[in-house]
Ligand binder design. Structure first.
Ligand code: DHK
Length: 147
């Protein structure tokens, strides 16, 4: 089983590589590199490491989640648009058997109706939406301090 002090995996799905330039009025001006750096700094305060992965491909995300089993001790995931569509991503997320926090930069409940349903939330321990990139830091802090 996973080493409980192992790295926290920070996963980002489709279009999150465009953070900083994509609809900054919705997603802010920080880049994905800024997000990963914030997660690393937050984890370091708890003596923990972060591994990070982003893909626009559902299959690549699923492969990376499967590889987390026994390797990472927790997952922070912003699944992007796959939040609202992907049973396969949800099925993959239970494979590593680690705590999961689902993060959305925007408040998905204050946007289009289709963003209000998440296939991921039922398998997540916690869900954060609308805190901007601070949501990632809150997720890492929660996961690092609960082990
Ligand atoms: C990011 C996306 O790419 C959208 O598809 C989601 C989420 C919301 C976010 O707020 O981070 O609907």
């Amino acid at each position: 089983m996973p080493d409980m002090a192992g790295p926290i995996l920070v996963l980002n799905g489709p279009n999150l590589n465009m953070l900083g330039t994509r609809q900054p009025q919705v997603y802010g001006t920080a880049t994905l590199d800024d997000v990963v750096e914030l997660c690393r700094r937050t984890a370091a305060r708890f003596g923990r490491d972060v591994t990070a992965f982003q893909s626009n491909s559902e299959g690549a995300l699923i492969d990376r989640i499967q590889a987390a089993r026994g390797a990472e001790s927790a997952i922070v995931i912003n699944p992007g648009g796959l939040t609202h569509t992907s049973v396969a991503l949800r099925d993959a997320l239970v494979i590593p058997e680690v705590p999961i926090v689902e993060v959305h930069i925007s408040n998905v409940h204050a946007r289009e109706d289709f963003r209000r349903h998440s296939y991921i939330s039922p398998v997540a321990d916690a869900v954060i939406a609308g805190m901007g990139i601070h949501g990632y830091a809150a997720a890492v802090e929660y996961l690092a301090s609960r082990d």
